[in-house]
Write a protein that binds this ligand. Structure first.
Ligand code: PHE
Length: 377
C-alpha cells in the first residue's frame, strides 16, 4: 500500500475512525508499511527519498499525521493518537538511522573489496639496467689510480686550438696536426677563435696545470673525436683516459713503475709490459707502452698452433702513448721547468676494454645493442 492510500490528508472523523482501538489498528498498518518499505532501501539515494517520505517537515507521513489527525482529533481520541504517534515516531527515527548505518558500512565494505591488494598476483617486473662496458672499464681504471693517489677531473669536448694543440707544444703547421684528422666546428664569421672537437684528452693537462700548482696527480676520462673511417678498430668518437703526474722529484722510474702497476692490476699479474721509443710533441722522451698479448700469452702462437691473429705473431700488443712531460709545456702554464718534472699518458679505453673482454669490433660500443650490453651486467 502506498502512503497516499493511508488517508493522511483527511481528519480521522472523515475516515470513520472514532475509537481508540481503530486508531491503534490504523497505526499498526502504517508501521507495517514503514517496515516493508524500509527493507527495500539499499543505497544512499533510496535512503534519502525514504527519509523524506517519512520525516519530511511539511509533507512527511509523520508531519501529516500530526497536522491532519492529531491536531483536529476529538478530545476523546487525542490521547490515543498522541501515544501511537510517539511510538511510531520513535520506531521510524531509530529505523531510519539504523538503515543509514547499514548502508554506510556496506559501502565501506564494497570499497574495501574493490581496493583490496591481491598479494598472490605476479608483480610488474621492471628491467634493471647496468653500466655500459666502457663506463665499467673506466670505474676499474679509476679504482686503480685513485688507490695510488690520483684524482679524477673532466673537461670540455669542444676545445680551442690553443688547448688541443698550441699549449701542448704543437704550433700551427706542425706536421702532427695532420695526423689528428680534426673536426672543426662551423662558426659564424668573426668568431674570436676557431673551435674543434678535442682529438685527445691531453688539453686537460693544460687546463689542470693552469688551475693548480704542483703536485698534480690526475686522470681524465672522456670522449674524443677524429675523422677516422669506421672499421673494427676505428670510430670517429672513442674514449681516452689521460693521466698526468707533476711534482718536484718524479723520475722515469716512477713513470714506468706506475704504468706497470696499472697494467698488472687491470689485466692481471701474468702480463708483461715493455716500452718503445715514440714521439709526441708534449712528452720527452716519449714512449709507446705494449702489453704481452693477452690472447696467446705472449708467445705469438695461438693454442691451435697457428700464428696469433690478435698480435699477428708479435707476442705484444700496443697499449698507449706516454712519456715524461716536455719542459716546453711547463712554459705554457707558468710552471718552473727547472724545478718540476712529471709524466703523462693517454690510453684508449675502448682498446683496453676490447683486450680485456675479447671484443673484436669497436663498433659494438656505440651500437648499444642490448644483446651485447646484457653480456656485461
Ligand atoms: N694524446 C696522445 C694521443 O691521443 C696520447 C698521449 C697522452 C701521449 C699523453 C703522451 C702523453 O695519441
Amino acid at each position: 500500500m502506498p502512503t497516499s492510500e493511508l488517508g493522511l490528508d483527511k481528519p480521522l472523523a472523515a475516515l470513520g475512525i472514532s475509537e481508540a482501538a481503530q486508531v491503534t489498528a490504523r497505526f499498526a498498518e502504517i508501521r507495517a508499511l514503514f517496515d516493508s518499505q524500509s527493507a527495500t532501501v539499499h543505497d544512499d539515494s533510496q535512503w534519502k527519498t525514504f527519509r523524506d517520505t517519512w520525516l519530511g517537515r511539511k509533507s512527511g507521513v509523520l508531519a501529516q499525521i500530526t497536522d491532519n489527525w492529531l491536531k483536529p482529533a476529538t478530545p476523546g481520541l487525542k490521547r490515543a493518537v498522541g501515544a501511537s504517534l510517539n511510538e511510531l515516531r520513535a520506531h521510524v527515527e531509530s529505523q531510519i538511522e539504523a538503515r543509514r548505518l547499514a548502508i554506510e558500512s556496506g559501502a565501506e565494505e564494497s570499497a574495501l573489496a574493490r581496493e583490496r591488494v591481491d598479494l598472490s598476483l605476479p608483480g610488474v617486473t621492471r628491467p634493471i639496467g647496468s653500466h655500459h662496458l666502457i663506463r665499467q672499464v673506466f670505474q676499474q681504471i679509476e679504482d686503480i689510480f685513485v688507490s695510488i693517489g690520483f684524482s679524477v677531473v673532466e673537461g670540455p669536448e669542444i676545445e680551442t686550438p690553443y688547448y688541443n694543440f698550441e699549449a701542448l707544444n704543437i704550433p700551427e703547421f706542425h706536421p702532427v696536426r695532420d695526423d689528428m684528422d680534426t673536426f672543426y666546428i662551423d662558426l659564424p664569421k668573426g668568431a674570436p677563435t676557431p673551435l674543434l672537437l678535442r682529438t685527445h684528452t691531453s688539453p686537460m693537462q693544460i687546463r689542470t696545470m693552469e688551475k693548480q700548482k704542483p703536485p698534480v696527480r690526475v686522470i681524465v676520462p672522456g670522449k674524443v673525436y677524429r675523422r677516422d673511417n669506421p672499421d673494427a678498430t676505428h670510430s670517429f668518437a672513442f674514449h681516452q683516459v689521460e693521466g698526468l703526474a707533476v711534482d718536484t722529484d718524479i723520475t722515469f722510474c716512477d713513470f714506468t713503475g706506475t704504468i706497470e702497476y696499472f697494467v698488472k692490476q687491470f689485466f692481471g699479474p701474468g702480463v708483461n709490459t715493455r716500452f718503445r721509443p715514440s714521439y709526441f710533441p708534449f712528452t720527452e722522451p716519449s714512449v709507446e707502452f705494449d702489453v704481452s698479448c693477452i690472447f696467446c700469452g705472449g708467445s705469438g702462437t695461438a693454442a691451435s698452433g697457428v700464428t696469433c691473429a690478435k698480435c699477428k705473431g708479435a707476442g705484444w700488443i700496443e697499449l698507449f702513448g706516454a712519456g715524461m712531460v716536455d719542459p716546453a709545456v711547463y712554459g705554457f702554464v707558468n710552471y718552473d721547468a727547472k724545478k718540476v718534472n712529471g709524466f703523462a699518458f693517454g690510453m684508449g679505453m675502448d682498446r683496453l676494454a676490447m683486450l680485456k673482454y675479447g671484443i673484436d669490433d669497436i663498433q659494438v660500443f656505440f651500437q648499444n645493442d642490448v644483446r651485447f650490453l646484457r653480456q656485461f651486467p
